[in-house]
Design a protein around this ligand. Structure first.
Ligand SMILES: [Zn+2]
Length: 83
C-alpha cells in the first residue's frame, strides 16, 4: 500500500495532542509525512515554548479561590435580580 496525500490536514486539537504526546497513530503518521502539518506543529511548539518561558509569574496564593467566590457572588446577584 502506498501512502497518498491526505485530503485534509490535522485539526488544531490534533496538533496539540501531538505536542502533548497523546495523539493517535494516524495523526502521528500524518504529521511525519505532511510538510504542512509538520510546519504547523513546529510553529505551535515554538509558540508554546515562548509562552512557557515568558516568565509570567503565578498569581498570589488564594487568587483563584477569590475569583471563583466573586463569580459565584455575581451569579447569585444576577439570579436574585431576575426574580
Ligand atoms: Zn497535513
Amino acid at each position: 500500500m502506498t501512502w497518498q496525500w491526505p485530503a485534509r490536514h490535522l485539526a488544531p486539537a490534533a496538533l496539540v495532542d501531538l505536542l502533548d504526546g497523546v495523539a493517535g497513530p494516524s495523526a502521528r503518521r500524518h504529521a511525519e509525512r505532511c510538510p504542512v502539518c509538520a510546519a504547523e506543529l513546529a510553529a505551535l511548539a515554538a509558540a508554546r515554548e515562548d509562552v512557557t518561558s515568558s516568565g509570567v509569574p503565578d498569581p498570589p496564593a488564594g487568587f483563584w479561590e477569590q475569583l471563583s467566590a466573586r463569580e459565584s457572588g455575581g451569579v447569585a446577584t444576577i439570579r436574585a435580580e431576575a426574580r
